[in-house]
Design a protein. Structure first.
Lengths: 324, 519
């Protein structure tokens, strides 16, 4: 009896050993059944003959705390505002993919980090409350009839995007811009969830979110009352990236996973799986709802070095303007 | 077991708990500072955060306790149907996860909330909840129930015999207050002020969300930002030290003004009051407090209750996991608190006071620093992620211990003072003494402490985020996941589930504690 039991365990173990496992470090949202995780897992496993195991949690802190001991082959879900620090850990290897297939609106020549989705920061409003949304950042600053909700740049990625957005548009004049925004601001929250939650409960007319946010409400809730205000100055570009870890136990599989990220199969899931734009799919091939959303003409983006250089001076202006 | 052996056991058990608390509060901080290779300098905005933190915490603590005194007195004096349920429900805000509580408050006081709708009807302009007053309002909403319960315990601890004696001596209501209630308040109020001050000192998302902007940054938020924005662990550690220093200063102050009440024993009869004046004032007080505390809860339930049956299955699984964590943390907290409290009394004097202070230290600790520090401490030994739920349980127990200690220590002190000599004379020591003499008399604070721990642990999001793996999500984590995925309706449903589970746990333990006394 006991022998039989052990034999079963050993056989099961052997069967498992035959199937290689690709371990991918991912943000917490990959762990839920309603996130993009399950579809990506099924899609990749169908072609790799392996098991894809998402290890979810706070990606950057783990990389920085654990270093080489992090025990994963690849990473997915780092934001563009984190890539510099992630790169500086020295834990990453080249992704080995041809970047010609990318359709992101900025030049992307990074050999280490591969964008898998992207979006624009934008002020999202409720059409039933705001009849004539501002069409430029300048107009937003002049209007005094709109109440705003947004995120602290020191604790939120979208908040940081707004900081750099204003920095790029107004430079040293940003202090006055923040003062003007402050006058119409309901509150600044620590993270996106809180601000968007308050907006959903009707606490303000506009919330700092993404141009893609209305797609969720249209597709999942059949509610077309939410829209993003498109500004003629352009919008700040944000992407989420993936990368291969230097110490990967399965480097081949990890690179296959990078190739899979650029595949049509993966890219066509992104729009509704992650409520953002696919990174390697022409706009004409996006799902209809996403394609029909108002789309900014101009992308504003600072590469990680430039963003890092502007971060602190811009933050000082922000603090000055906001606490006056 | 001889008296000497019993004493030795007590000290050993207390020592083990003390060691864990030191690891949790100082070891973790040390690990972060060590990893950062020292502390780094603070920025100007950090000092603004320190200032704001102190101001809001002071206002919040003073107002919460000031309002709690008449409320607790009214509740202690009156008997009415549904009183027990009302007391339990009124405790709910304290155990709510921040985000849920804030949404509930906004449904009442927000731009489109009930208050502003009412003001709109009578033609008055809208009132904004955002600003320092909003932060204080939220903290009073949170902590008024705690302050009330602490003081209610105080009223319940005055033996019924004294009120009878006072009445037979013809005391006026004022004399009754001066002779019986004032000494109790004098003992408990400084502690209640301190606990609430410390809770508000480490406030995080409430302060920013309702504070209106960066002017309302607290130290705990600055710690989070040091991690998130700069990944500057040195600055995070430095800020954590400052937070500790602020808390230690406050604790010292409270300890200096707190006086032991010099209690004598009674027979545990139900209290009958002889100084009941007109009832309408008490009734109005209770009604107002109930409206303030319960309307936001009602709004949360109304918003999400319809979604509960349709919640994804993993939300239910997470609820089960949270339940296990909560129960585990509760068991640990009670054992640790009893061990520590016994050791505090066995040691006595300055050493006892030092041990007691250590028991309160986790109130001052930053859960972010604790989480990161424990992660760093475990890293050389094992894979921290394999221990996510165990670590969460242990940390939650450590975080709840200050409350439990505050509740259990006065009771234990009284048991020792009133029954100690008799037990000594009868030669009852150690385990037998605990079982026969001590525990039955501590049932009420034990039940309350257990309920509090279980509920707090249920809603905790502190350390789990760094440790948890995909399969290990707790209910608060799922709530955030739903919000991140735009699923506001499901999130509202999960909030109702969380509220219900926390309340049910709290109610069950508290009910057990109040037993047949029913008060």
């Amino acid at each position: 009896m006991r022998t039989a039991f052990f034999a079963t365990v050993i056989l099961a173990g052997a069967a498992q050993a035959d199937t290689p496992v690709l371990t991918v470090l991912a943000p917490d949202y990959f762990g839920s059944s309603w996130g993009p995780g399950p579809a990506i897992k099924d899609g990749f496993e169908a072609r790799c003959g392996c098991t894809l195991d998402f290890r979810t949690g706070e990606v950057l802190p783990r990389l920085m705390l654990e270093g080489a001991r992090v025990g994963a082959d690849a990473v997915i879900g780092l934001n563009t505002d984190m890539t510099l620090r992630a790169r500086e850990t020295g834990l990453f290897a080249p992704h080995g993919q041809d970047l010609g297939a990318l359709t992101v609106p900025v030049e992307w020549e990074d050999e280490v980090f591969l964008p898998f989705n992207w979006g624009y920061a934008a002020w999202v409003y409720d059409k039933t409350r705001v009849e004539n949304p501002p069409t430029s950042f300048a107009e937003l600053l002049e209007r005094d009839d709109l109440s705003l909700l947004w995120q602290d740049p020191r604790s939120s990625g979208s908040g940081l995007a707004l900081l750099l957005w204003v920095d790029q548009l107004y430079g040293d004049e940003a202090g006055g811009v923040w003062q003007a925004l402050q006058a119409n601001t309901v509150t600044v929250t620590a993270s996106w969830s809180e601000a968007y939650g308050l907006f959903s409960e009707g606490e303000a007319d506009m919330v700092l979110s993404y141009t893609t946010s209305p797609a969720y409400h249209i597709v999942a809730e059949e509610d077309d009352s939410k829209a993003a205000a498109i500004f003629e100055e352009g919008h700040y570009f944000m992407a989420e990236v993936a990368g291969v870890l230097e110490g990967a136990a399965e480097p081949e599989l990890a690179r296959d996973f990078m190739a899979y990220i650029l595949s049509e199969d993966f890219q066509s899931m992104i729009a509704y799986g992650n409520w953002s734009y696919p990174s390697a799919l022409p706009r004409a091939e996006w799902p209809e709802v996403m394609r029909d959303l108002p789309f900014p003409e101009t992308a504003i983006f600072l590469d990680e070095e430039a963003a890092d250089a502007r971060r602190m001076p811009a933050l000082d202006l922000w603090l000055e303007g906001m606490t006056q | 077991m001889s008296a000497a052996t019993a004493r030795l056991c007590t000290l050993w058990a207390g020592g083990v708990v003390a060691l864990w608390l030191i690891t949790l509060n100082f070891g973790a901080l040390g690990a972060v500072a060590w990893r950062a290779e020292g502390f780094s300098a603070l920025r100007g905005a950090d000092w603004a955060a320190v200032r704001f933190t102190l101001v809001q915490a002071l206002w919040s603590a003073v107002l919460s306790v000031l309002l709690a005194v008449p409320l607790a007195r009214a509740l202690a004096r009156r008997q009415f149907t549904g009183r027990g349920v009302l007391i339990t429900l009124m405790g709910a805000p304290f155990i709510l996860p921040t985000l849920v509580a804030v949404l509930g408050l906004l449904a009442v006081f927000g731009r489109g909330g009930l208050v502003n709708q009412g003001l709109g009807v009578v033609g008055a302009g809208p009132v904004s909840i955002y600003g320092l007053h909003g932060v204080v309002l939220a903290h009073v909403f949170y902590n008024l129930p705690l302050a009330t319960r602490i003081l209610l315990q105080g009223w319940a601890s005055i033996p019924a015999e004294r009120f009878r004696l006072a009445a037979s001596l013809g005391f006026s209501p004022w004399q009754m207050f001066r002779q019986l209630e004032w000494p109790m308040l004098r003992e408990l109020v400084p502690g209640a002020l301190l606990v609430i001050f410390l809770i508000c000192l480490t406030s995080f998302a409430v302060a920013l969300t309702l504070g209106g902007g960066p002017r309302a940054t607290t130290v705990e938020l600055a710690i989070y930002q040091a991690f998130r924005f700069d990944f500057d662990m040195g600055r995070a550690a430095m800020l954590a030290v400052i937070q500790f220093a602020l808390c230690a200063g406050a604790a010292l102050l409270a300890w200096r003004v707190s006086l032991p009440a010099g209690l004598a024993g009674g027979m545990d009869r139900p209290v009958q009051r002889y100084d009941l004046g007109r009832g309408w004032l008490d009734a109005a007080l209770i009604l107002l407090a109930a409206m303030f505390l319960l309307t936001p809860l009602g709004m949360i339930v109304a918003r999400g209750v319809a979604q509960v049956p349709g919640l994804p299955v993993e939300v239910w699984q997470a609820a089960g996991r949270s339940l296990v964590v909560a129960l585990g943390a509760t068991g640990l907290t009670l054992v640790m608190t009893l061990a520590l409290a016994q050791a505090v009394l066995a040691l006595g004097g300055a050493r006892g006071a030092a041990l007691e202070a250590l028991g309160l230290a986790s109130l001052a600790a930053s859960s972010l620093v604790i989480g990161t520090g424990l992660f760093l401490l475990l890293l050389p030994v094992t894979n921290p992620r394999d221990w996510a739920l165990v670590v969460t349980m242990l940390v939650n127990a450590g975080m709840a211990l200050p409350f439990a200690l505050r509740l259990i220590l006065p009771g234990l002190r009284e048991v020792v003072a009133t029954q100690g000599r008799l037990a000594e004379a009868l030669g009852i020591h150690g385990w037998a003494r605990l079982r026969i003499v001590t525990l039955p008399r501590l049932r009420r604070p034990l039940g309350f402490a257990a309920g509090l721990t279980a509920a707090l642990s249920m809603g905790d999001l502190g350390v789990i985020m760094l440790f948890a793996e995909r399969e290990g999500a707790t209910l608060p984590m799922q709530l955030y996941r739903l919000m991140l995925a735009y699923r506001q309706d499901d999130a509202a449903g999960a909030a109702v589930l969380l509220l219900a589970a926390s309340l049910a746990l709290f109610w069950a333990f508290d009910r057990w504690g109040r037993g047949r006394a029913g008060a």
